[in-house]
Design a protein around this ligand. Structure first.
Ligand SMILES: *[C@@H]1O[C@H](CO)[C@@H](O)[C@H](O)[C@H]1NC(C)=O
Ligand SMILES: *[C@@H]1O[C@H](CO)[C@@H](O)[C@H](O)[C@H]1NC(C)=O
Length: 344
């Protein structure tokens, strides 16, 4: 009878944990393919990959990606046509034509179109790297169309978002506070196999409240590494020597690509959500330290990036490794008690 009660509470506990984890921090990806021009019927040649992170609050998403075949040298700040240089999630679930792609996707309580100012810049080869966070009022992302617009606002690329459940593509780092810091983060890095492209994002807790970075129009985070979240060259969190410096290959990328990567704001509780994509010149990020920096640039929290290959099913259920290990620990304890109870 005792054993039954213990088992029952264990099952309840498990279900509670799974329900909470199912508040979801899903990662979605889409492969962008060319859309033919409506007027010339010519294939746009636009291809790419995008990722979208669900922040877990039901209203916020982070999105980013890498798109090629665009017009060269476009500037987000001067690309002012309606939808010019836009990168948006659309409400439709097919890329077939503009009707099936739908319009910009957002739901109540969001009433103003959150996508109007979301734009990319392209380099001299027509390559664009972009990432941002948007409050869209929903996290119902599966199957939605991600649309890339040209300078004049026309639609030139489209792909459908599907949840990424491939644990060979998602590295995870649950970072813990360094020294006296209590800052924790649940961060994920999506890799694009065979490339040096990566998107890093996640949720951070216990930061300084009400930060607004200079990048988001505020005054904060302007110190070196201020509000940064970076992959470091080291593979151990013990101290700054074992953590190493920013992880990138200076022979491939000229400027440290991590310099402006991090969170751009925190709420009144010191919580942040971030997502940024970059090109590092490094293909193998597994085992490296991921570090969250404070507003003044000091190192606050560290964890090691790992493929969650040992907890595949847990990830499929939306449960993270730390919850799983806690549950396994509790489960073993209960089993021990049950064994005692049945043998005495
Ligand atoms: C898109 O395709 C559907 C189905 O063929 C059609 O009904 C609709 O009119 C098309 N929309 C546009 C804008 O061409
Ligand atoms: C950062 O911002 C603060 C507050 O606005 C200012 O006092 C400081 O000079 C700035 N530092 C740099 C390096 O821009």
């Amino acid at each position: 009878m005792w054993a039954g009660a213990f088992l029952f509470s264990l099952v309840c506990l498990y279900q509670m944990a799974v329900a909470q984890a199912n508040m979801n921090h899903g990662v979605y990806t889409a492969t962008i393919e060319p859309i033919a021009s409506a007027t010339t019927n010519r294939n746009s040649g636009v291809i790419g990959s995008v990722v979208v992170f669900d922040a877990g609050d039901g209203v916020t998403v982070g999105y980013g990606g890498f798109v090629e075949g665009l017009q060269a040298n476009l500037e987000a700040t001067t690309c002012t046509a309606t939808n010019g240089c836009g990168v948006h999630i659309h409400s439709g679930t097919s890329c077939f034509n503009s009707t099936t792609q739908g319009g910009h996707y957002f739901e109540s309580p969001v009433t103003d179109d959150p996508w109007v100012e979301e734009r990319y810049s392209s380099d001299e080869t027509g390559f664009a790297l972009f990432s941002s966070v948007a409050v869209i009022g929903t996290s119902n992302l599966e199957g939605r169309a991600f649309v890339v617009h040209a300078e004049d606002g026309s639609r030139v690329g489209c792909g459908l978002l599907t949840e990424l459940k491939d644990d060979t593509r998602i590295l995870q780092a649950n970072t813990v506070g360094l020294a006296s810091s209590t800052v924790e983060s649940e961060s994920k890095a999506v890799i694009f196999p065979g490339t040096d492209r990566i998107c890093v994002g996640g949720n951070v807790d216990a930061l300084q409240p009400d930060i607004l970075s200079f990048q988001a129009g505020g005054l904060d985070c302007n110190a070196t590494n201020g509000c940064g979240v970076h992959i470091h060259s080291g593979t151990d969190c013990t101290d700054s020597t074992t953590q190493g410096g920013h992880f990138y290959n200076a022979d491939v990328v000229d400027v440290d690509p991590w310099l402006l990567v991090g969170y751009e704001r925190t709420n009144a509780n010191g919580e942040a959500f971030y997502l940024q994509c970059l090109v590092t010149g490094e293909a193998n990020n597994e085992g490296h330290a991921l570090i969250v920096h404070s507003e003044d640039g000091s190192r606050l929290s560290c964890g090691i990036l790992q493929f969650e290959t040992t907890t595949t099913e847990a990830i499929a259920n939306g449960m993270d490794g730390s919850v799983l290990s806690r549950l396994v620990g509790i489960g073993l304890l209960f089993e021990f008690i049950i064994v005692l109870a049945t043998h005495w």
